[in-house]
Design a protein around this ligand. Structure first.
Ligand code: TXA
Ligand code: MG
Length: 338
């Protein structure tokens, strides 16, 4: 095994039949594997394993949780995880496998971990070309995989580029030569008859328009995910959110972290602990689920104990701050402010 000092470096292996099995086994064990796709190399984890998915954010050093694309081996696998409308199905039939991602409603009760979709009720699916599909089929689960690069650096399009950037943080890199497209996939979302272009990418808009017979509706990807309307329905809980809480108030639902409790924790109407041990990776895997569970109890306020800003803590705090942000009041209320 190659290493720098005590840190083992990822092994780079040729993409043969044995590599497919090794990659599937490594992924099944909850580890990260860099896999070639036709667009860019992906930093992959089993999408049903929250701890492994948290590992992606940790390895990339992402300061926030954005939803990840899930890679499937075929349309049948896509059907198991998402509800596919006829137009999306037509797009899959025409362009899969290939550099096209479709955002679809998550099928209720699927095992895709909530961290993959960052708590949204949709999931972005794509069927990549090449060896990735065989690895996914061997694993039997979809793979969450953003581009294999540290956050803020350019996407890895060769095994060596991935090794140089992330070699100390991942187990295995499959080398299938330089990526054919070199640009991330095009992301679409079908909204009734309109087809929204959420991210331009490796499949040209013109090719899509030729198939569907009308223009794509362009929209800013950030706006698509982060527009206040979407935030209110997807990210912000109905309850208010109070952060960095050292003292719990009567009736608040408590989102705890670590072994020590805030003062007056007994006043909480309910309590869930993101990680008793104070493990940020465990906290990340529980975050969206626990926020939703406390919110469903219907209390007025979710009180959140302090969470350190180190490692995944930065992304956890980013998401909590968004959830706590005061929302724009309804227009009727605004009119009463004179
Ligand atoms: O080419 C690619 O697509 C590469 C290779 C590795 O397959 N993957 C990739 O994945 O770029 P990722 O996870 O970095 O893409 C994330 C983007 C997010 O920034 C977001 O725009 C979009 O995918 N996305 C994911 N889930 C979404 C959702 N539920 N709704 C809207 N957009 C979503
Ligand atoms: Mg990227």
């Amino acid at each position: 095994m190659r290493s720098i000092g005590d840190v083992p470096l990822a092994e780079i292996i040729a993409p043969d039949e044995q590599a497919i099995l090794r990659a599937a086994q490594t992924l099944a064990a909850g580890k990260l594997v860099a896999i070639p796709t036709e667009t860019v190399y992906g930093l992959a984890a089993d999408a049903t394993n929250g701890d492994a998915v948290a590992g992606i954010f940790e390895a990339k050093g992402r300061p926030h949780f954005n939803p990840l694309i899930c890679h499937v081996s075929d349309i049948a696998m896509a059907e198991r995880y998402a509800v596919i409308d006829p137009l999306s199905r037509q797009l899959m039939d025409a362009f899969w496998p290939g550099p096209l991602t479709l955002v679809l409603p998550l099928r209720p009760g699927t095992h895709i971990h909530p961290l993959v979709a960052a708590g949204l009720d949709t999931v972005a699916l794509r069927m990549p070309r090449g060896i990735a599909g065989k690895i996914i089929a061997a694993l039997g689960h979809p793979l969450a995989a953003p581009s294999a690069n540290t956050s803020g650096k350019i996407s890895g399009t060769s095994a060596q580029a991935v090794a140089d950037d992330l070699g100390e943080k991942i187990a295995l890199i499959l080398d299938a030569g330089p990526s054919e497209v070199g640009l991330e996939s095009t992301i679409l979302k079908v909204d009734d008859d309109a087809v929204l272009l959420l991210r331009p990418g490796g499949l040209a808009a013109e090719d899509i328009e030729a198939l569907i017979g009308h223009s794509l509706q362009r929209m800013d990807q950030r706006a698509a995910i982060q527009a206040p309307g979407m935030m209110a329905s997807h990210y912000a809980p109905s309850a208010g959110v109070r952060l960095n809480v050292h003292e719990v108030r009567d009736g608040e639902a408590l989102l705890a972290f670590g072994p020590e409790r805030a003062a007056d924790a007994h006043k909480a109407s309910a309590r869930l602990n993101l990680s008793e041990a104070g493990n940020l990776r465990e906290a990340a895997t529980n975050l969206f689920d626990y926020m939703k569970r406390l919110d469903r109890l219907g209390g007025a306020v979710i009180a959140v104990e302090p969470i350190p800003f180190t490692g995944l803590g930065e992304a956890i705090n980013d998401r909590l701050v968004r959830a706590a942000a005061p929302r724009v009041p309804p227009i009727e209320e605004l009119e009463q402010i004179k």
